[in-house]
Ligand binder design. Sequence first.
Ligand code: ATP
Ligand code: MG
Length: 338
Amino acid sequence: MGQPLLEINNLQTHFNTERGRVTAVDGISFSVEKGEILGVVGESGCGKSVTAQSILRLFDEKYTASYDGEIKLQGEDLLKLSKANMEKIRGNEVSMIFQDPLSSLNPVFTIGFQLTETIRIHQKHTKQEAYQMAIELLRMTGIPSPEKRIDEYPHQLSGGMRQRVMIAMALACKPKLLIADEPTTALDVTIQAQILDLILELNEELGMAVVFITHDLGVVAEICTRVVVMYLGQVVEEANVEDLFTNPLHPYTKGLMKSIPQIEGNRSEKLNVIGGTVPALTDIPKGCRFATRCEYANDLCKEKAPDLQLHEGHHKVRCWHYADIARKEAVEHAIPTS
Ligand SMILES: Nc1ncnc2c1ncn2[C@@H]1O[C@H](COP(=O)(O)OP(=O)(O)OP(=O)(O)O)[C@@H](O)[C@H]1O
Ligand SMILES: [Mg+2]
């Protein structure tokens, strides 16, 4: 395999807050191959959105945020780019769909105006050409009668329609990479399914790679090829979808799995059945970050942080005891021979 489309190495995102400097993303590494759909999962507050927004350097670097590590897009480190060059990447090479479509659309302009502006910022087209392209994009995202809808304002559209408009905007410049941050969480189940189908279709037709962020392992099973599991700002497990579902290694991932009785279950269900709560960023455990909630944690876990290590093939896990736990579970599940 050649160079990955996106390669994140040891990314850290720090924020200056009233309670001091916190590191919301702490040493994340993963890569995305061309045309791949990578899932990023984890409970609320584990750093999914901060990771997504860091890739496009969306945090204010003057007063609030700073980054360390590398974010290489086709070999070029985005963290080293000037503001002007970074601007060329956003919406062009890499696009993002945010969680809440209403707050991301401007209520005082028609969706047609917003779409044509987006197209014209990034590509040289006349207003008329951009308007026609906008209609085609809306059609592609499955909006009925796009030639009429294009002149409407965001409040005139349903939540699902607005999310489609956001997708149309994100796709306006045929990005190589789409970062979708919980694009379906706010939508009802039928619309969710349609939006997922649409993202899959566009991935196949345009060869666009996707980083798909979600709480929902059911959705991951449906559309992703590989998954990164995050906990408290770090990657705790990474595997292809089959390995993750058939052989989850990290106690946290196992906990997430238990929160979906069936893969085809209720997609709106949040993954929140693991006991205890995620420690605050100002109170990060010195050993394994999951130790405070882990039934297998011992003194070693509480004292020393484990590294992310390679298990087999491309399966990685950050746990001192994963092999022992797997052996113990195998014995417990073994059928007696006599
Ligand atoms: N601008 C900021 N300043 C300070 N802390 C922040 C900022 N943005 C996010 N955080 C903190 O970073 C951590 C990760 O937040 P993030 O939004 O990435 O979580 P998430 O995994 O996307 O959660 P959710 O599933 O609820 O969307 C949280 O503790 C959050 O409070
Ligand atoms: Mg989020």
